[in-house]
Design a protein around this ligand. Structure first.
Ligand code: CO8
Length: 260
């Protein structure tokens, strides 16, 4: 894939996608969103990829938001299209069927926090600063932020972050349930690698079903979600990963999952 704004590299079954606009703190313009959308589709369809890590280039930011310069002159109709482009990308990440980790070493603001919230795990350094500062621009989050924030952290925190607009530090973000892990800056890569490596050898089908049950199931009424879980549970028994996992336990060896 030809990319201007992304770096894509594979280590075993881990695909690392780095947003590479460091001079603009990796701000999300339409071109970058388009490239990221294509990269996620590629990752979805490539069976060799079992985990995706999203990172931002440069010292300062994971992503400092949507590109304000590009947004400034949009008409309402263009803004609607931009919001839909961003939302559908975020949804494609959330429903990828493989775990996606956000590596947050600095600012994750506006669309950057919205991107991080579409990922399944968020690993941050103590230097990270997270927020939805759009209100200060006379805007609101438009890539799903109002909805994912309330689902992840509850209404009080969502209103605080969106109405006040002030970024919070990693410690507070973890207390709110926004971050999976917070580690010292020098330990961030080792932590991300350890989690990605663990996920790369986990059972792909089980992970796919867990993601679907937790993400789709939590949007349904409980009885419907429980029926969905039962169906997914049964589907595990139709595949080889479950046979391998249980056999390996009985034989006291490490399982080797082939993803079927
Ligand atoms: N858009 C465009 N350019 C940006 C952005 C951005 N979001 N953030 C930083 N940059 C650029 C700066 O303009 C600067 O460029 P240049 O060197 O050419 O002047 C370069 O990146 C470096 O930035 P700073 O010099 O500002 O770096 P500092 O360390 O001084 O400050 C900050 C870092 C605090 C992160 C600061 O850059 C900042 O406040 N950035 C904007 C943060 C923000 O408001 N983000 C929210 C944007 S709105 C949004 O995300 C909405 C999402 C939904 C859209 C739906 C649309 C319909």
């Amino acid at each position: 894939m030809d990319c201007t704004h992304l770096l894509i590299e594979d280590t075993g079954a881990v695909r690392r996608i780095t947003l590479n606009r460091a001079d603009k703190l990796n701000a999300l313009n339409r071109a970058l969103l388009g490239e990221l959308g294509s990269a996620m589709q590629q990752a979805r369809h490539d069976d060799a990829v079992r985990v995706v890590v999203l990172a931002g280039a440069g010292e300062k930011a994971f992503v400092a938001g949507a590109d304000i310069t590009e947004m400034a002159d949009l008409t309402a109709a263009q803004a609607q299209a931009f919001s839909q482009q961003g939302q559908s990308l975020m949804r494609s990440i959330e429903t990828l069927g493989k775990p996606v980790l956000a590596r947050i070493h600095g600012y994750a603001l506006g669309g950057g926090l919205e991107l991080a919230m579409a990922c399944h795990l968020r690993i941050a350094s103590t230097r990270a600063r997270l927020g939805q500062p759009e209100v200060g621009l006379g805007l609101i989050p438009g890539f799903g932020g109002t909805q994912r924030l309330v689902r992840l952290c509850g209404r009080a925190a969502a209103l605080e972050l969106c109405l006040l607009g002030a970024p919070i530090d990693a410690q507070r973000a973890q207390q709110l349930g926004l971050l999976t892990r917070v580690v010292a800056p020098e330990a961030l890569d080792a932590e991300v690698d350890a989690i990605a490596t663990q996920l790369a050898s986990a059972a792909p089908q089980a992970m796919r079903h867990i993601l679907a049950c937790v993400i789709e199931g939590s949007e349904c009424a409980l009885d419907q979600a429980l029926a969905f879980e039962t169906q997914a549970f049964a589907l595990c028994f139709a595949g080889s990963d479950m046979r391998e996992g249980t056999r390996a336990f009985i034989e006291r060896r490490k399982p080797l999952f082939d993803g079927h």
